[in-house]
Design a protein around this ligand. Structure first.
Ligand SMILES: C[S@@+](CC[C@H](N)C(=O)[O-])C[C@H]1O[C@@H](n2cnc3c(N)ncnc32)[C@H](O)[C@@H]1O
Length: 348
């Protein structure tokens, strides 16, 4: 396979992170909070602290003893090590990554832990170094968004899975198109933002590759709230699907979906956001996000923005800032420069 300039740029970004050992939130323990404490405690703290993921595909995958697991973009190996414990000695875990520095880190960790059933292979998601129909479960944590050819990744995942095999992925997706400038920015690619697929495209892509029971859902209540915003923003999602059994009858359109009901219920549960959306009277793109003009009681608007800001976790690339202008209050919804996701300077 011929790597593209996006592969090269993304590889450079992650090679640097592997060498400097930073997690996406700028601290070495930032992302271990993505996992249940009991689960994450099964590996040493320095290994659990090196997570560049955006969710917990291990719990999502409901792994069984004896299963073969393939982790796409295995990074420092955390999800592979967590999976290894769950599939046991009769099972097997293969991590694939294109960045030699990441593979070196993962292999050093594996040697230290001494897990006999984990191996790391160098390769691309778009040309997986894995035999046909040999995998029970494909997992991945915040990686598919980084691929410049997602339909090819979906075809490769399908090829490697056994009939009846499943996909359990955590990824960044969008609710609609991101600002054009962000889509073109290489740093934003590396930071898991620019390449994020619209959640409906994700479903369509997996279905076209042959998967059934495809679901793309916002990961948490905050992600549901972000997905409900009337503008294009990235958020974390869980993605599940299944390769049909041989001779299985296609189940039709209804079997695959983006869960729009969850967006509705987010609006119901997240009262402040629902009202905030109702307060928007004008929407304009600005340099690195959106300017929303709001109408209503300034005190209430401030309280709702505060609620939204508090609800957003450490790994969102978004910042919510209230700005007073002659025509009233404006909410600037922009990329947060303090996260490693996107540097605002790089968008200029
Ligand atoms: C955001 S990190 C996630 C690492 C790991 N899954 C975790 O949760 O910590 C993305 C990883 O995917 C790898 N990667 C990105 N695009 C890839 C591609 N097209 N093929 C293979 N590996 C890729 C990078 O080298 C990097 O290690």
């Amino acid at each position: 396979m011929q790597p593209t300039s996006i592969h090269d740029s993304v590889r450079e970004h992650y090679a640097e992170l592997a060498r400097t050992s930073n997690s996406c939130c700028g601290s070495n323990t930032g992302n271990s909070m993505l996992y249940d404490e009991k689960l994450i405690q099964t590996v040493p703290a320095d290994i659990s602290g090196f997570s560049l993921g955006c969710g917990d595909p291990i719990t999502l995958a409901k792994l069984q003893p004896g299963e073969t697991v393939l982790d796409l973009g295995s990074g420092g190996g955390l999800d592979c090590f967590l999976a290894s414990k769950q599939v046991g000695e009769a099972g097997r875990v293969i991590g694939v990554d294109m960045t030699p520095d990441m593979l070196a880190k993962a292999r050093a960790n594996a040697q230290r832990l001494g897990y006999p059933n984990v191996e790391f292979r160098e390769g691309y998601l778009e040309a997986l170094p894995v035999e046909d129909h040999t995998v029970d479960v494909v997992i991945s944590n915040c990686v598919i968004n980084l691929s410049p050819d997602k339909p090819q990744v979906f075809r490769e995942v399908f090829r490697t899975l056994k009939p009846g095999g499943r996909v359990a992925v955590s990824d960044i997706v969008t609710n609609s198109a991101l600002p054009k400038k962000m889509q073109k920015n290489m740093e934003a690619w590396g930071a898991c933002v620019a390449g994020a697929l619209d959640q409906r495209e994700y479903v369509r892509g997996l279905r076209e590759a042959g998967f059934v029971n495809v679901q793309v859902q916002p990961k948490s209540q905050t992600d549901q709230a972000l997905a409900a915003l009337p503008i294009g923003v990235p958020f974390s999602a869980t993605v599940t699907g299944r390769r049909p059994l041989e001779n299985e009858q296609p189940l039709g359109e209804m079997s695959s979906e983006v869960t729009t009901e969850s967006t509705q219920s987010a609006l119901e549960q997240f009262d402040g956001l629902k009202q905030l959306i109702g307060d928007i009277t004008d929407l304009n793109a600005i340099e690195n996000g959106y300017d929303l003009r709001l109408q209503g009681d300034p005190k209430l608007i401030r309280a709702r923005v505060e609620e939204l800001r508090n609800a957003v976790g450490c790994c969102t690339p978004l910042r919510f800032e209230l700005v007073e202008a002659p025509d009233g209050l404006h909410l600037h919804l922009t990329n947060a420069p303090e996260t490693a996701f996107v540097s605002i300077d790089s968008l200029n």
